[in-house]
Ligand binder design. Sequence first.
Ligand code: HAM
Length: 416
Amino acid sequence: MSVIKPVRGTHDLIGEEAKRHDHVIEISKRIFSLYGFQEWMTPVFEYTNVFSRSLGETSDIVSKEMYSFQDRGGDSLTLRPEGTAGICRALVTNGLTQSLPQKIFYSGPMFRYERPQKGRYRQFHQIGAELMGVSTPFADAEVIAMGYHILKELGLDEGAVLELNTLGDKNSRSIWREALVNYFKSVQAQLSKDSLVRLEKNPLRILDSKDVNDRMLLAQAPLLHEYLTKDALEFWDKLRKALDQFKIPFKENPYIVRGLDYYSHTVFEFVTEKLGAQGTLLAGGRYEGLVGDMGGGDVPSIGWAAGVERLALLLENPPIKTNPVVIIPFSEDHHSVAFPLLQAIRYNGMGAEIAYKGNLRKQLERAHKSKALLALLIGDNEVNQNNVQVKDLISGTQREVSLTEIVSYLKNKLAN
Ligand code: HAM
């Protein structure tokens, strides 16, 4: 019989890994709410054109990374490779384009057929945020500040650098694009094979080339910054000034273009050197035409997404969450006291577990190991006398507490 294996590029989140993952999401949700962002939950699959239209036919995601399939009804569906397109679709199909601005966050699994390596998976998770319907650069600064706040709260701000760029507005890009194409044509003979194809289909993609020779040619290529219109320059200045006011350190990097077609003006990435090749932790930018692509008119928006696995890998000490109380009945005969007590403790908002197996010594050992604080021992005497023995697992001391007082006793004890 063949061995059952997990699909390449997928991973199970169990134990320590699940805790790290959970911690990232919990902290992010708390910060999102401080900024007034509300959670949206959209489906993990959409009609394929939701992504192919918006992310750009020639983007890496659409051209080689999507999990697309035909369902039994013959529709072409795609497992979402990212969250922004689905959120824009949801804005339109829920009739919310007239209720702007919207401050949205989401979290969940995304799917990309990429070559798996450390920090890069085929099913991975993102947390993300979109502020939709606001065109001022101050919104960009606030949304970036929110990402920074999450990294800070996770203890990851010092190892991460915010790299920032502007792609200008449509006018800036079309004049620059012309200059760029002219330049690439003049050095055509030296371009890599892939970049020659890009020159035909989407010349801006050459900027993402990893080819060493291409990279050398790129160093001489005209920079978009030289072609920014007055409006684009003003936007860029205001953004940087607002980031300074929010006290968010950043580094300008004119080579950040991002792999998706939908961006204009602001693009940014928080990067770290601690994860090898997959060092982008949190990335995003401003987009204008996406909602229009879904038939909803232009809605100026700014957002980002972060890879939960990447953040989780970097966490120093994921917090240990354990239940403080363990109930140890000596045998099944003592369940008549143990079960109602277990329930009363939990109904009063305290965490408690019960030991089902093993002798007392083993059970106490296990309780110690789980980092519980108190063990409640229940034997014949306790059942007859309506009390329990409370063993303090840190000091080792033990005392008797009556069943009528035990809940308030625990509340007091655990509050300190
Ligand atoms: P993205 O740069 O494609 O942007 O992905 C955002 C983040 O998701 C990356 O920086 C990385 O941390 C994580 N990530 C991407 N691919 C993988 C993978 N295969 N394995 C593990 N982690 C991965 C977006 O997805 C845009 N929707 C961001 C955005 C929102 N822009 C505007 N609004």
